[in-house]
Each structure stands twice: as C-alpha cells, then as structure tokens.
Ligand binder design. Structure first.
Ligand code: NAI
Length: 298
C-alpha cells in the first residue's frame, strides 16, 4: 500500500518507517495535521495514518475518498476525531484496539501519586537547593475510595492498581464487566463518594463534559481528578473553578480540552495565549502532561 502519515514526529518515523518498508508498503511522513487544508496531500495514497489531534470530519473524509484513499488508520485508540457516519460506505476506519492498557493505567497512577505527594514541586525545590518541605503534605491513598469512570481495558487495570494501594474501588460504566469483581454504582454515587476520580471512558456525545460544574459541586471536598482519556471529558472552566474553591485538591491531566494547538509541540519560546491552559499550568496542585501516557517502550 501507499500510506500517508499525518502529524508525524521523529519518533513516529523511527518506529513506522522500517516496519512499513519491511512489509512492502510505500510511506510518506507529513508534519502537518490532517485537516480540510491538508487532506489533498493524500491524493494517490491508499491509506492515511493519523493521530489524536488530526481531524477526519465529513469534509476531510470526502476529500480523502474522492482522491482514492480507502483506509484511515488511527495510531491511537480514541476515535473521537472521526465522523463515522460520514465515513460509512466511503472509507474504512481502523484503530488501535488496545494501546497497552498497562502503560496508560500505570501513567494514571503516576499522575495520582505525583500530584497527591507533590513530587514535581519537591523536585523543583531540591534542584534549587531548597530542602524545605512546607506545603508538600499529601494524603494516604490506603483506605480511600477510587471512583473509576469507564472500566474497559485501561479502567480495569487502574482498578487493580488502586486495590494494590489498598483503596476501595467503585466504578461507573453503562456496560459493566460483571466478571471483573468491580463494585459498580451509579455515576451520581461515584461522584459524591470518591476521593479520587479517574476517567477511562471514550469521548463521545454522552461523555462530553461528564465532569461538569454540577458534578464537581457534588464531589467530596479534597477530591483528586485524574484524566488520561480525552480532555473534553472535563469542562475546563468548571475544573478551574473547583480548584479555585479548593473543592478539588489536585488534578493530574495528561489530556486537555483544547490540546490540539499546543500538545506535542514546543512553545517554550512563545507566549501561550490559551488563558485556561496557563491557569492550569500555574496551579501548584495541577500536573499537566502533553498526552504522553501512550508513550512507552516494551
Ligand atoms: P475501552 O474501549 O476498552 O474501554 C472504554 C470503557 O468506557 C468501556 O468499558 C465502555 O463501556 C466505557 N464507556 C462508554 N461510554 C461510557 C460512559 N458514558 N460512561 C462511562 N463509561 C463509558 O477503552 P480503553 O482502551 O480502556 O481506553 C479508554 C480511553 O483511554 C480511550 O477512549 C482513549 O480516549 C484513552 N486513551 C488515552 C491514551 C493516552 O495516551 N493518554 C492512550 C490510549 C487510550
């Protein structure tokens, strides 16, 4: 096949180039994200390979299909950036069904530990020769309740990690896995009785802003929120308000609602104009990482 890769970074080329050639595919790597402006670059290719912040809406799908592209291959497991009804009958779509669930669940645990025990702040201090531990106090996870929203491959593994911390685990999933031994509950009860809430569901019209102002108000004081799934599961404005009101003790975010412009790029020499992102980055009890939970090595 002739495959056009969009939104590629050096690590994509490092991994995909050899493998594709080994299997007889002809590949082209574009830096650009797939969009209505760039879709035409795929003319003459059989397939496009895209990532989390590429856009495959109806207009893009039409351009691809009209130019001979038969397959969109997502090199990610989330699929919120695809308009499936527009693709139906025109172009096949495949995704990574299981993106090392352990890599993501371990990363969610790392965010939880780091934000709760204030490890990035501690490291920042000791690097500067400041060994003062004022303000670095955390809480014991043991005995507390982890509320998991979405118990697919990643959520179930995260549940196991939380049990290893001696936490009580409760979960909400409209399609519960009854064989998992997980205690399922309603979303309302999960929201009001969890000390840690971790998001592991896909972004769909049902889950968009599943964490919103009303639900944050009903959370326990001092709740920790962890999001390794998709940014728009959380209403960012409501999250910021919850942090300001000290309702939320901390947040560990590997994804952000408006990440498309910034994540995976170096903006260290520029002024970041997304005020909500800047606020989150300025809070001492928030960790933002740049959608890297998937980035692991076997
Ligand atoms: P999965 O498909 O195995 O599990 C998703 C679970 O969410 C299913 O059990 C499903 O029933 C449940 N769900 C669906 N609608 C729901 C709702 N309204 N409320 C609660 N639960 C609902 O998916 P997997 O592999 O566990 O991945 C979960 C998400 O993690 C992906 O959708 C993706 O967005 C994200 N992800 C993030 C990565 C990163 O690098 N940060 C890498 C890989 C995945």
């Amino acid at each position: 096949m002739k495959i056009a890769f969009f939104d590629t970074k050096p690590y994509d080329i490092h991994w995909f180039d050899g493998i594709c050639r080994e299997h007889g595919h002809e590949v082209k790597f574009f830096d650009y994200k797939l969009s209505e402006d760039t879709a035409i670059l795929a003319r003459g290719y059989d397939a496009v390979c895209i990532f989390v912040n590429d856009t495959a809406n109806s207009a893009v799908i039409d351009i691809l299909a009209n130019n001979g592209v038969k397959l969109i291959a997502l090199r990610c497991s989330g699929y919120n950036n695809i308009d499936f009804s527009a693709a139906y009958g025109k172009i096949h779509v495949v995704r990574v069904p299981s993106y090392s669930p352990s890599a993501i669940s371990e990363y969610a645990a790392a965010l939880l530990l780091a934000v709760n025990r204030k490890i990035p702040r501690a490291v920042g201090r000791t690097r500067n020769g400041n060994f003062n531990i004022n303000g670095l106090i955390g809480v014991n996870l043991s005995g507390r309740t982890a509320g998991i929203i979405g118990t697919g491959k990643i959520g179930r593994l995260f549940a196991g990690i939380c049990r290893g911390f001696n936490m009580k685990v409760i979960a909400y999933d409209p399609y519960p896995d009854v064989s998992s031994g997980i205690e399922y509950t309603t979303l309302d009860r999960l929201i009001s009785s969890s000390d840690v809430i971790s998001l592991h569901c896909p972004l769909t019209s049902d889950t968009h802003h599943i964490i919103n102002k009303q639900r944050i108000q009903r959370m326990k004081d001092g709740v920790y929120i962890i999001n390794t799934s998709r940014g728009a599961l959380i209403d960012t404005t409501a999250l910021i308000d919850g942090l300001k009101m000290k309702k939320i003790a901390g947040a560990g975010l590997d994804v952000y609602e408006e990440e498309e412009k910034y994540f995976f790029e170096d903006f260290s020499e520029e002024v970041i104009t997304d005020d909500e992102l800047m606020l989150l980055l300025s809070f001492p009890n928030v960790i933002v990482s740049s959608h890297q939970a998937f980035f692991f090595f076997f």
